[in-house]
Design a protein around this ligand. Structure first.
Ligand SMILES: Nc1nc2c(c(=O)[nH]1)N[C@H]1C(S)=C(S)[C@@H](COP(=O)(O)O)O[C@H]1N2
Ligand SMILES: [Mo]
Length: 380
């Protein structure tokens, strides 16, 4: 029996089973623990980038603990803290407010983490932690106006019904937003009860979740059961320990908020089962994919078919009313026999562009380095 197995068999405290965050040693492979997380938290199969709206079963999933099984008929949402009138709303009460629907591209802040060197040990995403859905619900500011925000309120804290221990800290999953973001009209934060026109599925927060357009996934609290307005900034684990950009464990770091620009390509041709290397035939074909940014509209996508040596501008689909959703892009390519590395990069109206080299931080957040797709072009 190796020492790791022994450790797991005889834990004496939460600290024994729930250890601090770390980065992998040089050459350390993906562990069974990371594999277990990856199997629970699946990504978007990249061919599903073809759908404008991701079918729910293909949307990526990230759940820190267990998915709670909640009975929608027994569920209530409380709104309390620095409000004039605390609220307790069941699903019928929530549905009695005027509903809105927003098409939102959501991406996990850890997307791209598995390719970092050194690799932060956590959910090992490659590039596929993304999805787009039509979320229907009540604007958060409608509920806050109903409750009456007291002048002293500075943040809204959102509590999920899921519970676990992380890095030694037992907790309910909780995140906050500054009041200005919680009350904003664009992007408008939703308390959502439908995904793509149907009740939320269990894995996406049934019966109710928060949707924060433009922000990385951690802000979109699932299985939402409570909203508390506070007069001091929230200091919970998911706010001040996790989801910070930091280079070393002892700095405070800066909070992870909005989604950095990214383009993804639908891998062309067909894949090898094991290596996933793509095979195409010589001749003209169309490269296509999606691009998004949570900071500003995507204004440009460039494609390279020679591993980033030269770039060509792709054609973007017209911008539509869904300003927080990804945009389709395409570019022509004539494949010639040989091996090629295909790449795409997005730029947004704020002037942010995807880097070719990886932006590294200890948590592995916001790594929007370009995707590389290796293609073998085989004569027929
Ligand atoms: N209650 C709760 N909400 C949560 C999480 C969680 O573990 N518990 N994970 C967050 C993270 S890190 C992400 S990326 C998104 C993922 O949303 P999805 O699984 O619906 O795609 O949910 C967020 N909301
Ligand atoms: Mo995430």
């Amino acid at each position: 029996m190796d020492s790791r197995t022994e450790q797991v068999d005889t834990p004496r405290s939460l600290d024994d089973i729930s250890t601090p965050g770390r980065v992998a040693d040089p050459g350390e492979g993906i562990s069974h623990e990371e594999l277990a997380l990856a199997a629970r938290n699946h990504g978007l199969p990249l061919e599903a980038l073809r759908y404008d709206v991701t079918p729910p079963g293909l949307h990526y999933i990230l759940t820190h603990y267990d998915m709670p099984v909640l009975d929608a008929s027994a569920w209530t949402l409380t709104v309390r803290g620095r409000v004039r009138t605390p609220l307790a709303l069941d699903l019928a009460a929530l549905r009695s407010f005027p509903a809105v629907t927003h098409r939102v591209t959501m991406e996990c802040a850890g997307n791209g983490r598995a390719r970092l060197t050194p690799r932060p040990v956590s959910q090992p995403w490659l590039v596929e932690a993304v999805g787009t859905a039509d979320w229907t619900g009540v604007p958060l500011r409608t509920l806050l106006a109903e409750a009456g925000v007291e002048p002293a309120a500075v943040e809204a804290v959102f509590t999920g019904a899921d519970h676990g221990v992380e890095r030694g800290v037992e907790q309910d999953y909780e995140r906050s937003l500054p009041l200005a973001d919680a009350m904003a009209t664009d992007p408008e934060v939703l308390v959502a009860y439908e995904m793509n026109g149907a009740p939320l599925p269990p894995q996406h927060g049934h019966p109710v979740r928060l949707v924060v357009p433009g922000w990385y996934g951690m802000a979109h609290v699932k299985w939402l059961r409570d909203i508390t307005l506070t007069d001091t900034p929230f200091t919970g684990f998911q706010q001040t320990v996790a989801y910070r950009y930091r280079q070393s464990p002892d700095e405070m770091g800066t909070p992870v908020t909005r989604i950095a620009p990214r383009a993804l390509m639908i891998p062309p041709g067909f894949p090898d089962f094991m290596s996933r290397t793509r095979v195409v035939r010589p001749g003209p074909l169309r490269l296509e994919g999606r691009a998004w940014s949570g900071r500003a509209p995507v204004t440009k996508v460039e494609v390279s078919t020679d591993d980033g040596h030269t770039w060509h501008e792709a054609e973007l689909a017209p911008a539509d009313r869904h300003s927080w959703s990804w945009r389709h892009w395409h570019a022509p390519w004539t494949a010639v026999p040989g091996t090629h590395v295909l790449t795409a990069r997005a730029t947004d109206a704020a002037g942010d562009t995807q880097p070719v080299t990886q932006p590294w931080n200890r948590g592995g957040f916001g790594n929007n380095a370009v995707q590389r797709v290796t293609v073998l072009c085989e004569p027929q």
